[in-house]
Ligand binder design. Structure first.
Ligand SMILES: [Zn+2]
Length: 58
């Protein structure tokens, strides 16, 4: 996965180490922006779609 803000690679290992759960928020280690780990269940091919989105925090 890549940070949508700075395009830095973020590994699942990093998320596990940081205790980031599905739907959880964490800080990008590269640009320090707040991100959310999104897991989209049940896509057409049965695979989970895992993405990162920027948390809009006004
Ligand atoms: Zn980043």
């Amino acid at each position: 996965m890549r940070c949508p803000n700075c395009d830095s690679g973020i590994s699942y290992y990093f998320l596990e180490e940081g205790g980031v759960e599905e739907g959880g928020e964490f800080e990008c280690p590269s640009c320090q922006i707040q991100l959310r780990h999104i897991v989209d269940e049940g896509t057409y091919n049965g695979a989970q779609e895992k993405t990162l989105e920027i948390v809009d925090d006004d």
